[in-house]
Design a protein around this ligand. Structure first.
Ligand SMILES: Nc1ncnc2c1ncn2[C@@H]1O[C@H](COP(=O)(O)OP(=O)(O)OP(=O)(O)O)[C@@H](O)[C@H]1O
Length: 254
């Protein structure tokens, strides 16, 4: 049975009281890989920032397990934020710390774990992303694909139920990007982690997404929602059809 883990309700997304997306309402179910799509600059990352508590929305609610993260304050907010992990596009790893130290950092900073226990747990996370052999390296010594995997391991440090990934395939070659897709699918299936991903990569979306929303700039809202394979095949949903079939020409027709 579908169980919403995140509910976005009447979210007006934007900056300084100015909405660039209006009245977004959608659910993300436990264990699914949910992809946020849309043309460049339409507001995908902005919506993501509201969902992870990095930026207050113009208005609306983001519920995690039924509790409003936007309204939450103090310890309640910290508790809700602990339930999500985030891997940003550039990895955002600390360059002067080894990969292992990067994964241990959230554990020692936010829990009472000893260094030894944090080290053991961090190595377990690195095992999940196949990076144990590289745990002693600095982020700058890793390949692009490894850096993404390290960022995912760090996002998993505190065992969140939901992982947010902003453009995970950006800058990766197609093969490395496909490997990352497999990893995401594997983590969703084996650990039951829910993924919320902002990406443009059509191949990747069709391979991994269980559900998508497509945002549209002019409309300032959701233009299509559903399984990407259904959206790709359904000409009735014209914008989604064009998006998945890379058909900009039709866009110019009335
Ligand atoms: N800090 C900010 N203050 C004001 N406006 C911003 C800020 N950051 C982004 N914007 C604007 O908000 C709009 C949406 O940007 P956003 O980065 O969310 O889009 P996006 O869909 O993620 O784009 P892309 O796919 O190109 O990364 C853009 O017009 C952008 O210029």
């Amino acid at each position: 049975m579908k169980e919403p883990i995140i509910q976005v309700k009447h979210l007006f997304a934007g900056y300084d009281g100015q909405a660039i997306m209006e009245d977004l309402t959608f659910d993300i179910n436990k264990g699914e890989i949910f992809v946020i799509l849309g043309g460049s600059g339409c507001g995908k990352s902005t919506v993501l920032k509201h969902m992870i508590g990095l930026l207050p929305p113009v208005s609306g609610q983001v519920l995690i397990h039924g509790q409003d993260m936007v309204a939450a304050r103090g310890k309640e907010r910290t508790r809700l934020l602990r339930q999500i992990g985030v891997a940003f596009q550039n990895g955002a790893l600390f360059g002067s710390m080894t990969v292992l130290e990067n994964i241990m950092l959230p554990m020692t900073a936010f829990t009472a774990l000893s260094d030894a226990a944090a080290r053991t747990l961090a190595l377990a996370k690195l095992g999940l992303v196949d990076l144990i052999r590289h745990s002693h390296l600095l982020p700058g010594e890793l390949s692009g694909g490894m850096r993404k995997r390290a960022a995912i391991a760090r996002a998993m440090a505190l065992d969140p139920g939901v992982l947010f990934l902003d453009e995970p395939s950006a800058g990766l070659d197609p093969l490395t990007s496909a490997e990352l897709d497999l990893l995401i699918k594997d983590l969703a299936q084996t650990l039951g982690i829910t993924f919320v991903i902002v990406t443009h990569e059509l191949e990747s979306i069709l391979t991994i997404a269980d559900n998508t929303i497509i945002l549209e700039k002019e409309l300032k809202g959701i233009i299509a929602t559903g399984h990407p394979k259904d959206l790709k095949a359904d000409p009735a949903n014209e914008y989604a059809y064009r998006f998945f079939n890379r058909d900009p020409e039709k866009e110019k027709k009335p």
